[in-house]
Write a protein that binds this ligand. Structure first.
Ligand SMILES: NC(=O)c1ccc[n+]([C@@H]2O[C@H](COP(=O)([O-])OP(=O)(O)OC[C@H]3O[C@@H](n4cnc5c(N)ncnc54)[C@H](O)[C@@H]3O)[C@@H](O)[C@H]2O)c1
Length: 332
């Protein structure tokens, strides 16, 4: 069965493409390389006997997208391609609505034209806004705090409406929490071409001597140690959920949280990194950032019940694999 993976050379897309290949799917990756490198394709293909095909192109380019679909005969689409910087989305909302919402519509139009019914969409815990944790799929969203989160919420709405109007369409929405970790080989990991303000890449930079210290934004939150709490999830667990979602695609639009259900504070993450790596991570406390929420973690029970999926890696595994990727990459 052939799967189109948009954004398949990005962080989560590359791990998922590899797992799909290992599970026997044929994979075609469509990516414009705006936040990824072509060398990732070689790495994916070096790790798998089955090889992914690649088309360099933009999901907003209807001609290219149509050509890919016309040649593809796809069983399904896994749609990762999106821009993901919260800060950039606040400074340039048009860019985010265009890429993330109009880009998704382009892909969906082609799905309808070519009768591709199975569609897995990368959503985000940010659609819950400041709702109280643990959040379940039916939790009413709080204030969505930035255009990035709104763009994901809009796509979710579109997918729900399409499934109501056309009951042959089977979209699955996966709401990821904070994705970290790397492939155990150390060959694939987060290799962004830009900075996104997430903490893990900064911890790694300090550990590898590229920065002196990290900034901890706020230690006066109403949490046990005063720092923000997040639900970190290993990228290979997230990748596995996509395979399960393709296997179990049901009628109507289905939505699942992908998290461990466990919260980890910023200080706990730093301490875990220090224990696992044996290195000291100096930090300085700075003011809270606008738009950061206090606590965010999932109730992942629905994915367990309906997809048979549950996170297998814990926070130490995530930190170990992230650090191993950095060591392999830069030969420490
Ligand atoms: N990383 C996380 O913690 C996280 C959390 C929640 C949701 N998500 C969502 O998951 C998806 C994948 O995230 P990621 O961390 O792998 O991001 P990423 O930036 O590493 O990967 C996205 C890929 O899409 C490509 N892309 C972007 N716009 C494109 C376009 N117009 N046409 C073709 N290709 C395009 C980029 O080049 C990149 O390779 C995104 O939709 C993101 O919003 C990520």
């Amino acid at each position: 069965m052939k799967i189109l993976v948009t954004g398949g050379l990005g962080f989560i897309g590359s791990h998922t493409s590899l797992l799909l290949l290992e599970e026997g799917y044929d994979v075609v990756i469509l990516d414009n390389l705006s936040n990824s490198r072509i060398s990732t394709l070689e790495k994916i293909n070096s790790l798998s006997a089955n090889k992914a095909a690649f088309v360099q192109g933009d999901i907003l380019d209807e001609k290219i997208v149509d050509k890919v679909f016309s040649l593809g005969n796809f069983h399904g689409v896994v749609h990762f391609a999106a821009l993901k910087s919260v800060e950039e989305s606040q400074n340039n909302p048009m860019k985010y609505y265009l890429n993330n919402v109009a880009g998704t519509l382009t892909i969906l139009k082609e799905c309808q034209k070519y009768g591709v019914r199975n569609f897995v969409f990368s959503s985000s815990a940010s659609v819950y806004g400041d709702a109280e944790s643990p959040v379940s799929e039916d939790t009413t969203s709080g204030n969505r705090l930035n255009p990035y989160a709104e763009s994901k919420g809009m796509c979710e709405r579109i997918l729900n409406d399409i499934a109501i109007s056309d009951n042959s369409m089977r979209p699955t929405i996966l709401r990821y929490f904070n994705v970290i970790g790397a492939h155990r080989s150390g060959l694939l990991g987060e290799e962004s071409t830009k900075e996104f303000g997430n903490i893990m890449p900064y911890i790694v930079k300090v550990a590898s001597g590229k920065m002196d210290k990290i900034l901890v934004y706020g230690n006066d939150y109403n949490t046990p140690d005063g720092t923000g709490i997040r639900d970190y999830i290993h990228v290979m667990d997230v990748a596995k959920a996509h395979v399960r979602a393709l296997e179990k695609q049901r009628e109507g639009c289905q939505t699942y949280n992908l998290g461990t259900g466990q919260g980890t504070s910023v200080f706990e993450l730093i301490e875990t990194f220090e224990e696992v790596s044996g290195l000291k991570i100096p930090y300085e406390v700075a003011q809270r950032r606008y738009g950061d929420i206090e606590v965010s973690y999932s109730n992942p029970a629905k994915a367990m019940g309906e997809l048979g999926w549950k996170a297998e890696f814990d926070i130490r595994d995530m930190v170990r694999d992230t650090w191993n990727y950095e060591k392999v990459r830069f030969k420490y």
